[in-house]
Design a protein. Sequence first.
Length: 131
Amino acid sequence: FGTCVRRCLGKPDLVPVVPRGIVPCGDDLGLSGVLNFSRGVASPSITRVEFFEGRTGRVIDATRVDTPRLTFGQIVVFGEARGLVPIFPPAMCPEPEFLICTFRITVDFNADVDESQENNNTQTGRCHTGR
């Protein structure tokens, strides 16, 4: 850790933000998004949101989100109202009897941003379709 403090001081650290619990499956996935958790400025990058089958891990739908430049502590939340691509679950969720969809957010999907930590770029969540 001590060597990374000196070496990584000016690097950004992009992390997915997914609220706890089961969030609404609306276009912002319950205010999910991307946060720059470190002091460096993160250049624009790609975030990928995947809906997948919980038992097999098979991806059944994916959306690409162009993530803008983020400064220290800045967060961008998904959704059309915020100028980003809206995120909607596939028409048929893997768990339709419960109206639940499982999703995974991967920030810096193409590894274009040189980050202080590359091992915290993915987070999984669940959303309720309310149908």
